[in-house]
Design a protein around this ligand. Structure first.
Ligand code: UTP
Length: 293
């Protein structure tokens, strides 16, 4: 019988990007702290990871991102105030989002040299075990969540598992694109990956989105610090070098995915999640019906 893959206990959340597409909003506020309805984008990723069994959350931060640390800590004065005013549901909304003491750690990327470099910055905190990477910009909504659906494939196949989505050909130049092999249920075998190809050079329309389950061997590849597309150290290039050495699959989850790093995607996420909420959805629907288009 095949050995069960080593469990994935740790998640890396790279949050060191500059968020230039959201300026001036992101001049003093990290884009990961922008709210979708009433929760910062980054909190959705932490909740998705927790649902998938993650125990340790490793944030790769940079300058100006300290409020992310405050967000995942107790705010005693606020908690006391809410308690004294019997604002139980508000208090619970603070406490429910909080990882247990010791489950969160932070490291700094120091230089924004790209996603691969951000992940490499977490190597000492990850150590010699498999780990997940969640890009909080990609908000995934589904039951079970995106990372849980990927874990199902990982528990069977082990190795590397990425989330993927079919995109229109004109959009593939923004993504890592997969050369697909055999399809096994929800999983597609990955034969190759190409970062940001021209549409004419794309091996398919199947694009990697912001969820990964990786093996520690990736750090050896990232250690080369080779710049790829856009002069950045790309995670895709290092992942590509693991193909053939470890099993490598992509999962087309059935989650809705919103690109909250982009203004339209961010607005779409706010509208979709607000409409789905019983407390505010009906009122918003009413307002939207009356918006002149
Ligand atoms: P993006 O390229 O979407 O983030 O990276 P960005 O650079 O902040 O975006 P814009 O274009 O300037 O608005 C995807 C994810 O990788 C992280 C980002 O924080 C985001 O979660 N990232 C990117 C880093 O942590 N470090 C980097 O050097 C680059």
């Amino acid at each position: 019988m095949a050995r069960k893959p080593q469990p994935v206990r740790k998640a890396v959340l790279p949050v060191a990007g500059m968020g230039t597409r959201f300026l001036p909003a992101t001049k003093a506020v990290p884009k990961e702290m922008l709210p979708v309805v009433d929760k910062p984008v980054v909190q959705y990723a932490v909740e998705e990871a927790r649902e998938a069994g993650i125990e340790q959350f490793i944030f790769v931060t940079g300058r100006g991102k300290a409020i992310i640390e405050d967000h995942f800590d107790h705010a005693y004065e606020l908690e006391m105030l809410l308690k004294s005013r019997d604002k139980t549901s508000e208090l619970n909304s603070l406490l429910e989002g909080l990882p247990v003491t010791g489950a969160v750690s932070f490291t700094r990327q120091q230089k924004p040299l790209g996603l691969g470099h951000a992940v490499w910055s977490a190597r000492h905190l990850v150590g010699d075990e498999p780990f997940a990477v969640l890009l909080p910009d990609d908000l995934m909504v589904g039951t079970p969540g995106g990372l849980s659906q990927m874990m199902d494939v990982y528990n069977d196949a082990g190795g590397v598992v990425v989330a993927a989505e079919e995109k229109p050909l004109e959009e593939v130049k923004r993504y890592g694109v997969i050369s697909p092999g055999e399809i096994k249920g929800k999983a597609v075998e990955v034969k190759d990956v190409v970062e940001k190809p021209k549409p004419s050079k794309a091996p398919s329309r199947l694009c990697i989105i912001g969820r990964y389950i990786l093996q520690p061997e990736i750090f050896v590849e990232l250690d080369r610090k080779e710049a790829g597309a856009g002069g950045e150290i790309q995670l895709t290039d290092s992942m590509a070098r693991l193909i053939g050495r470890v099993p490598f699959h992509a999962v087309k989850t059935d989650c809705a995915r919103y690109d909250c790093g982009d203004k339209v995607g961010f607005l779409q996420a706010n509208i979709a999640l607000a409409l789905a909420r019983p407390d505010i959805g009906p009122a918003l629907k009413d307002i939207l019906r009356r918006v002149p288009l």
